[in-house]
Write a protein that binds this ligand. Structure first.
Ligand code: ZN
Length: 383
């Protein structure tokens, strides 16, 4: 079967409107040199998205959630990371929507103190209940090592999958129908291309673990696409709601608000909520694969008016963080994973692979997403 990611070299080109470029092998430019992400944003996302408070929709959604949760201890659940999106979501849910959310935290073993402190401040001030699921470290470590050995770019998959699966499995198991997500158009209209960030694919996870893992995944949270997209919503009544798309969401204003209201603290970068993510996004991906996720974050900001293209280009010329800190993180991560720094360096030097070198359900996911897009459920660009 033909490969989706052919690996053919293209002449390097950067979008004239944002900072996405041909390190995304499937990017398409129009005659003005504007990429398909930008064109999709202006023709599909922006016209349907007014970044203003939609009180009617927010209140109606809140009413439905309260109604469904009558007599129950919690009427919804929020997966909380301590970052901007989920922190603000807690505020919207409790103060604006008058809901009774359970705050759900997943401890993957990598959380930064600043994130944990943010969570505690918000939970305390809003007087919310919190549940922390601690992922078995031995299993987490084994799966993460297996991923490094597999040489695929998506080293955040073990953590991301655990966080995602734990939340949805917990919600369904405990009869909490509404899952509130921090998904929003403002910071997520440009998604990283599939070769940078591969989807939630249990087949791939299991195959990589089978080939390179040593410890069996007895308690590790797992949830496949069929269970998540079909079984949970259709047979368990699970509903996902994204309230941040119903309120004005100005990233910088929200950050200031969180600081003033909760004493919340920012990380250096939106997604560096832990050491592993910082190392993986700031060093491993750009160094080993030439993929720089800041290009997505910055392009989002350019489209939504939070950054100029010139500033983005300037910032991209600097490494994401300092060489000293990279070395420090490398040593810390190697030690935590139980390997030497030399062994870790060898792993990083290995031959690059993609999901197509392993069992996967990419074809099925692609068809499913195309159908959702046709039905208008999925508005974001997918490739
Ligand atoms: Zn663009």
């Amino acid at each position: 079967m033909a490969r989706y990611l052919s690996g053919e070299k293209r002449e390097f080109q950067t979008c004239t409107n944002c900072v996405m470029d041909t390190t995304d092998s499937k990017i398409v430019f129009d005659e003005r040199g504007v990429c398909d992400f930008c064109n999709d944003y202006y023709s599909n996302i922006l016209p349907r998205w007014n970044n203003v408070d939609n009180d009617l929709e927010l209140m109606e959604t809140a009413r439905k959630i309260r109604e469904a949760g009558k007599g129950k201890k919690y009427d919804c659940i929020i997966g909380m990371s301590g970052g901007v999106d989920s922190s603000y979501l807690c505020y919207i849910a409790k103060v604006k929507m008058k809901l009774r959310p359970l705050i759900f935290v997943v401890d993957t073993g990598w959380n930064l103190n600043v994130a944990v402190e943010n969570i505690e401040k918000i939970v305390k001030k809003l007087d919310l209940d919190m549940f922390t699921e601690v992922v078995n470290w031995n299993e987490m470590r084994d799966l993460q090592l297996a991923f490094f050995k597999s040489q695929v770019p998506y080293q955040d998959t073990p953590q991301d999958h655990a966080i995602f699966a734990a939340l949805y499995n917990f919600a369904v198991k405990n009869g909490i129908k509404y899952v509130l997500t921090g998904a929003n158009n403002a910071t997520e209209c440009i998604r990283p291309p599939i070769e940078w960030v591969y989807q939630n694919d249990l087949t791939l996870i299991k195959d990589i673990h089978k080939k390179f893992g040593k410890v069996s995944l007895k308690t590790f949270p797992l949830c496949g696409m069929v269970r998540y997209r079909i079984f949970y919503p259709l047979f368990k009544g699970m509903k996902r709601v994204a309230p941040l798309n119903m309120v004005e969401y100005d990233y910088d204003k929200v950050k200031i608000f969180l600081k003033e209201y909760f004493g919340w603290q920012a990380y250096e970068n939106k997604h560096y909520e832990n050491v592993f993510t910082r190392f993986y996004e700031g060093y491993y991906m750009p160094h080993k694969f030439g993929y720089d996720k800041r290009k997505c974050y910055f392009s989002n900001l350019i489209l939504t008016g939070g950054m100029t293209r010139d500033n983005a280009i300037q910032e991209l010329q600097e490494t994401a963080y300092s060489a000293d800190m990279i070395q420090e993180d490398k040593e810390y991560i190697a030690k935590k994973l139980g390997i030497s720094v030399d062994e870790f360096d060898e792993l990083i030097k290995g031959e690059n692979k993609t999901f197509e070198d392993y069992k996967n359900t990419f074809g099925l996911i692609q068809i499913g997403t195309k159908v959702l897009r046709m039905l208008g459920v999925e508005k974001k660009k997918f490739r």
